[in-house]
Structure formats: C-alpha cells, structure tokens
Design a protein around this ligand. Structure first.
Ligand code: GDP
Ligand code: MN
Ligand code: MN
Length: 240
C-alpha cells in the first residue's frame, strides 16, 4: 500500500472545481482512495459565513454565557444542529447529516479573519459528486479532525464517503482458534481518515488531499459510521 500527498493545491475559494484540481495534480488509478479535508470541500461549496449575519436567540445567549463563546458563533452551531447533546462546557451536537461533533464541526482556523466555515451540508453527497468526476473507479472519503470521547488528542474521522463501505463486516469469519466472530464491524473509513489526517497536518501545511493506492476495501454497503440514536447506549446518559 502506498500513500501520496497531493501537493500544490491553491487556497480554495467558492466555486473552485476540486475534482479538476486534483486530477491535474495526480494521475488516478482504479481502486485509489482519495481523502479530502472537509475544509476544502466546504470552501468550494461556499460554506463561509460572517458572524455579523447571525442574530443570537435567547438560548444562544445563555449558552454563550456558560461557555464564554461569541453568542453569534453559538447561534451558528445551533443552526447546524439537529440535536444538542451537551451545551457546557462546550457544545457537542449532532449535525443534520448525522455526525456528532464539537461546535458542529464549524472551523475558525485555515479560514481567514472574522469568518467561519460550516461543514459541507451533506458530505457523502459531496463525496459522490467528486467521485463521479474522477473518471476512474475510486473511493472518496471526506475527513475532519475531531476530538474523541474517552481519549486525549484529536484525530481524523470520516464525515462523508462514496465508493467504499463505511464498515467492514467480519461477522461469520473465524479467528485464529476457529471461534466465529459475532459482532465485529470495523470502521474502515475512519481508520483511513485517521491516517490521511496524519499526512495532511493541521496548520499551514497546505496539503488537504491524500491518496491511498493498493488498499483492499469493500466497495458498497448501506452502513454508516454514525451510530443510530436508538442503538446508542451512551447518548441517553448525556441527555439532561
Ligand atoms: P479539517 O481537518 O478538514 O478541519 O482541515 P484543516 O483546517 O485541519 O486543514 C487540513 C489540511 O489542509 C492542512 O494541511 C491545511 O493547511 C490544508 N488546507 C486547508 N485549507 C486549504 C486550502 O484552501 N488550500 C490548501 N492547499 N490547503 C488547505
Ligand atoms: Mn475541521
Ligand atoms: Mn484538520
């Protein structure tokens, strides 16, 4: 397996054609897995917002007081949220597309002054659109750097994917001693996203695109890495 950083991408602006840009910088082959930082996908989709255009409601004002955040930023997070899991000491929410993240994944770094950048509205749809433009049979994973419950340090996770199953199903396979695995679903898109995020860097590296070649992965599956609420045993304990 090889991993390649796609170097030479410009600062992405609204309307930029990311598929054309990566194709001009990298010669894709069937089976490649292209990982893109959600930041550049969001930029190309014009997900920039100005804080001055948000008018905080009473709830946003109250959360802003308890978190020390700008109430307009809190309003932006609430607008992107389908459900609020925690509102102090930070806002942990479920986005409309199912991902649970701090501040709905809204970024203020690598964006520029006085602006915020929302996550893509439907990252798997973005991944599918990009995949359709690559002209080869590739997978696309859209990544974001996230904190993780119970563990220190941030890591890359997949927030959208296309051309690859989110989970590899090991159920029914035998372990080394012949015991049949009963519950193992492996979150392969997150594992790939974590490695891609490591190669991308977090600061001014300017490398938001990584390709893995020679990975074996299942191509299709309906499953998601987003835990359905009814199966989540932790979430009920967070609800006030
Ligand atoms: P996130 O993890 O999706 O929130 O994205 P980051 O802000 O951590 O950026 C990931 C990588 O992409 C870092 O290496 C950044 O320097 C780089 N990056 C972010 N925006 C741009 C851009 O517009 N153009 C280029 N070339 N690199 C960018
Ligand atoms: Mn981010
Ligand atoms: Mn990052």
């Amino acid at each position: 397996m090889q991993g390649y950083l796609i170097a030479g991408l410009p600062i992405i602006k609204q309307g930029d054609d990311i598929a054309s840009l990566v194709k001009s910088l990298f010669d894709f082959q069937d089976g490649d897995v292209l990982c893109l930082a959600s930041t550049i996908v969001a930029k190309s989709e014009g997900r920039f917002r100005n804080l001055e255009n948000y008018h905080p409601c009473d709830r946003a004002e109250a959360v802003a007081r308890s978190t020390g955040k700008d109430p307009r930023f809190v309003q932006a997070v609430l607008d992107e949220s389908a459900d609020v899991l925690l509102d102090e000491p930070f806002l942990l929410v479920r986005t409309r597309f199912g991902h649970v993240g701090v501040n709905a994944g809204i970024d203020q770094s690598n964006v520029g002054d006085d602006r915020i950048l929302l996550l893509p509205q439907d990252p798997s749809a973005s991944a599918e659109r990009l995949r359709a433009r690559l002209e080869k049979d590739c997978a696309v994973i859209i990544t974001d750097t996230c904190g993780r419950p119970f563990r220190s340090g941030v890591a890359g996770v997949a927030i959208g994917w296309a051309g690859i199953a989110a989970l590899r199903d090991w159920r029914g396979e035998c372990d080394l001693h012949g015991k049949v695995l009963e519950i193992t679903l492996e979150a392969i898109v997150d594992e790939i996203a974590a490695m891609a995020n490591l190669l991308m860097g977090e600061a001014g590296d300017g490398t938001p695109a990584v390709v893995f070649r020679g990975l074996k992965y299942p191509r299709s599956g309906e499953d998601s890495v987003f835990m359905p609420e009814e199966k989540d045993v932790i979430r009920p304990h967070l609800k006030r």
